[in-house]
Design a protein. Structure first.
Length: 655
């Protein structure tokens, strides 16, 4: 590849792989197919009668009939400025003449709205962006993508100024010519600015011709450094000392970054020695000396263009009253110059706010390795895993502190996904993971020791796989962790898959086959806990005044219980020590709340025994504890809600 193109990623979207790569003859850029950068979409080609209007990279396209978000993933260099250029051409590829519109996202943030209605020759969106990781996601529907590594001074800006200016001039019925409009990317050169792109511009910015009727054009046959600066605009009237551009912003609060490029194309040549007008005075009269005035305020005081050499001046427009902006180039006050103002080229950028933080980079790398290892072909597993929240990957839950803090993956549910092989070790790099569900797959090998070292884990479900060997003792010894592993015939709860003198305590209760048997077992265990335990143990526990549940279950205040139950308005049953009420947790999850009755003499003991039992016994046929209330004297347990009724109702034939 040409050294000048290092740092470029030029994708011809939808290009067949057997045609990749190729050298685009107009620009000399090397384009490749996009197949290695996207996992969804279908290839198309614009209609034959439109091909002559476009260069080769815009003949093919990729369209996305499936999925809400479809994303390109590009390998980039962290903290390097990139010019990202997305080209959209509908080309009536489907014969429907139905111009699409859609949103364009850069990572988790909305970049632009793309509406191709009426844009026969397509449109372009450009942005200068600094990636914060080595991976960049661009999420869209149809595009050709080009990335350029650039060294610029501005960050996260989008070129909208020219389009806004064109719109304003059209509204006022003024003549505007810009090579069949900026959006159409015509390669004809008109008026004062010569269209230029790579290789004339090493960053491959497209310099579009633009001209107003009150301007005149001057050119040079000499060779200034930039192709875009071979022509310039001056006022049509030689005696005019200023020219003005007015435009309206999409939003009055937008901040605009302006860049003016100057090159003096009419150098002053003085012959002989005039006694009437000394040479230095003649040069002073015919040297341009200009000021830039924005919204009637002087932004740049003095600009003297260099002869056949480029100089660049920039300024920032922080606010335009009512969104209406005025830009003037005027002869500097007090200067004796007789030449009118001149400008060769302009760039204008509006700053885009990107409020959403990308998911923690380590989490992103880890979850993508999990995806690749198990070959997870999920349409919605594209782009950023957690952000924005409306495009959260299925099977994941994330924590969101605030917009400036990276989201973290806290839950991974890959149950019933046909996973094979061993439990991938990169799961341990999801350091904030609280819930891991790998049940109902075909996983093999042993239960890895690293799961015990993941301190954030509170729930692991490995049920119904082909795991074997013994579960690590360190995993069994974590009292705060719920571990499910039934349905793995070759997996044992003990270190050596057998009892050593009967002294090993099994912390996971092996479930029996039916719900009736579970009901009987639980009833017996409750009786053992409450009725038959030694008096010394009962004495020690009755001496406690508070539950030891901190960090094990969610604690809920009594005032929250009142709100959840709508002040206890719906009774759904009665338990051993109190009434059970229907409630909503966090306004969305149905739960059952069992409240201790003040008149129950044995209620508190039964309350504690039930908590201790359900913290140790877990099964799909048993409801789980969701939380508890211990605001003395108010005590309550919060359970999963059984939408299909309880076991008693089924046995009695009421369901």
């Amino acid at each position: 590849m040409d050294y000048a193109q290092q740092g470029f990623i030029s994708l011809d979207c939808g290009l067949p792989t057997n045609d990749s790569p190729y050298i685009e003859p107009v620009t000399g850029l090397v384009f490749t197919s996009d197949v290695d950068h996207i996992q969804s979409g279908k290839s198309g080609r614009i209609q034959k009668n439109q091909e002559t209007s476009h260069i080769k990279p815009y003949l093919f396209l990729r369209y996305f009939p499936d999925g809400v978000r479809n994303c390109y993933t590009l390998g980039v260099l962290q903290n390097i400025k990139y010019l990202i250029k997305a080209v959209f051409v509908y080309g009536n590829y489907d014969g429907f003449s139905d111009y699409p519109s859609f949103d364009l996202y850069l990572g988790p943030n909305k970049w632009a709205r793309v509406d191709l209605e009426g844009k026969v020759n397509g449109t372009v969106e450009e942005i200068i962006h600094v990636p914060r990781s080595n991976s960049l996601q661009i999420c869209l529907v149809k595009t050709a993508l080009e990335l350029r590594a650039v060294e610029k001074r501005y960050l996260r800006c989008s070129r909208r100024f020219l389009e806004a200016l064109i719109s304003e001039r059209q509204k006022s019925n003024s003549e505007v010519s810009m090579s069949d409009q900026y959006q159409e990317l015509s390669y004809q050169s008109t008026y004062h600015v010569t269209l230029a792109m790579y290789p004339d511009d090493v960053f491959d910015r497209i310099w579009s011709p633009f001209f107003l009727p009150e301007w005149s054009q001057i050119t040079t046959s000499l060779d200034p450094p930039k192709a875009a600066l071979k022509s310039a605009a001056i006022p049509r009237d030689d005696n005019e000392t200023q020219w003005i551009i007015n435009w309206t912003l999409d939003s009055p609060t937008e901040q605009v970054h302006l860049y003016f490029h100057f090159a003096e194309l009419e150098p002053l040549e003085i012959e002989g020695n005039s006694t009437e007008f000394p040479a230095n005075f003649m040069r002073l009269l015919y040297t341009r000396d200009m000021s830039i005035v924005v919204n009637r305020n002087v932004a740049v005081d003095s600009i003297v263009p260099l002869e056949l050499a480029v100089s660049t001046v920039d300024t920032v427009v922080k606010k335009c009253d009512g969104g209406k902006c005025s830009l003037q180039l005027v002869n500097r006050e007090g200067s004796p110059t007789r030449r009118p103002p001149l400008v060769n080229a302009m760039e204008a950028f509006t700053a885009i706010k990107f409020p959403n933080s990308e998911t923690n980079p380590d989490d992103v790398v880890s979850i993508k390795i999990v995806q690749d290892t198990y070959g997870l072909d999920k349409t919605d597993w594209q782009g950023d895993p957690c952000s924005p929240q409306q495009y959260l990957w299925s099977g994941l839950n994330c924590s969101y502190m605030n917009m400036s803090t990276s989201p973290r993956i806290i839950s991974l549910n890959l149950s019933s996904h046909g996973l094979t092989g061993k439990i991938v070790p990169h799961i341990q790099n999801l350091t904030q993971l609280q819930i891991l569900d790998l049940s109902n797959n075909k996983l093999t090998g042993g239960v890895p020791e690293f799961l015990a070292n993941m301190k954030s884990l509170l729930f692991i479900n490995l049920s119904n796989n082909n795991l074997e060997g013994s579960i690590p003792r360190a995993l069994l010894d974590r009292d705060e962790l719920k571990l499910y592993f039934e349905g793995n015939p070759k997996l044992c709860a003990l270190e050596k898959c057998k009892s050593s003198g009967g002294n090993k305590e099994i912390k996971i209760i092996v479930p029996v086959a039916t719900a009736v048997a579970i009901f009987i077992v639980v009833s017996v265990v409750i009786v053992v806990f409450i009725k038959k335990r030694p008096s010394s143990i009962r004495g020690r526990q009755s001496a406690r005044t508070n539950l030891s549940l901190e960090g094990k279950l969610r604690r809920i205040s009594y005032s929250e219980i009142q709100l959840m139950t709508n002040n206890f308005d719906r009774v759904i049953g009665e338990g051993g020590f109190g009434v059970v009420y229907h409630a909503y947790l966090d306004d969305r999850q149905q739960v059952a709340v069992k409240v201790l009755s003040p008149s129950s003499s044995q209620g508190y003991k039964q309350f504690k025994a039930e908590v201790e039992l359900l913290l140790r016994v877990h099964h799909t046929n048993l409801v789980s504890l969701v939380g508890y209330c211990d605001d003395q004297p108010h005590l309550a347990l919060i359970y999963e809600y059984m939408t299909n009724g309880d076991l008693k109702a089924h046995l009695s034939g009421r369901q």
